[in-house]
Design a protein around this ligand. Structure first.
Ligand SMILES: [Zn+2]
Length: 255
């Protein structure tokens, strides 16, 4: 029996159901933006009032199949809470590492977009090339490739690399962005992905790149980052618009 038929709005707390709906919406938004990789990659959210538990997609579901009830609830030791549900073991390694390393993190987004893998696979990494990049370029670290992230020992290195940054480029692999909320983590991942895509496009033109000056990166970028990183509603404006779009489309993520 699928776990989707076992979890209902009636048998979880109101706060857990709300975060289930919001995380399921995130899967649908990422799908709408074509940032998926078949049934691979994963998005997660910490369960409110249960800091040692998080929600993640069920193994094998496409992002546009994920619903509030189909999400799997796990603790940081890898136990599935409630009825059994299959999960991606690399997903457990990556996402539990985020929540173990950072008490302030309540959402983590891991993607295998072509642009992020490309930029993660060149020595220079992300360059201060576009306005988009100003949001993330100095809130970004790199994590060396250690294999498909099924070895739990990798959590220590992931936690170290994420210690004071909200975005990681995983060398040869993809991106990992975190946030205090689902809207904030989405916003970080979106700007990192867009920055990578713009860089790949610009580098493909074969002309000399015009990098933003150190002054702009330091001053304008710093101003923007401080405003967004200290506000409690970072990403909320865009997020609400994207959820309205889902609802206009009749997306059934709240099931
Ligand atoms: Zn991955």
């Amino acid at each position: 029996m699928s776990i989707a038929s076992l979890v209902t709005q009636q048998n979880v707390s109101d706060s857990e159901w709300a975060i289930r709906c919001e995380l399921a919406a995130l899967y649908r938004v990422i799908d709408n933006l074509r940032m998926t990789d078949l049934v691979y990659t994963h998005l997660s959210a910490r369960v409110p009032d249960e800091p040692n538990c998080f929600l993640i997609n069920q193994w094998g579901e496409l992002f546009d199949e994920v619903t509030a009830s189909s999400l799997v609830k796990m603790d940081l030791d890898g136990n599935v809470i409630g009825e059994q549900g299959a999960f991606n073991s690399a997903g457990f390694t990556i996402h539990s590492a985020c929540y173990m390393a950072r008490e302030d993190v309540n959402c983590a987004v891991h993607l295998h977009t072509k642009a992020s893998i490309a930029v993660a696979s060149v020595r220079c990494g992300l360059l201060p090339l576009s306005q988009h990049s100003l949001y993330v370029v100095d809130d970004l670290a790199y994590h060396d490739y250690e294999g498909p992230a099924v070895d739990l020992d990798e959590r220590e290195n992931l936690g170290r690399d994420l210690a004071d940054k909200n975005n990681l480029l995983l060398r040869n692999h993809g991106l990992l962005s975190v946030g205090r909320s689902i809207p904030e983590a989405f916003r970080n991942a979106y700007y990192l992905e867009q920055s990578c895509a713009i860089q790949v496009a610009a580098q493909s033109l074969g002309d000399e790149l015009i990098l933003l000056s150190d002054d702009i990166v330091e001053n304008m970028g710093k101003t923007k980052r401080e405003r967004f990183r200290t506000a409690d509603d970072t990403g909320q404006l865009e997020w609400d618009a994207l959820v309205r779009q889902l609802d206009r489309q009749g997306a059934d993520y709240k099931r």
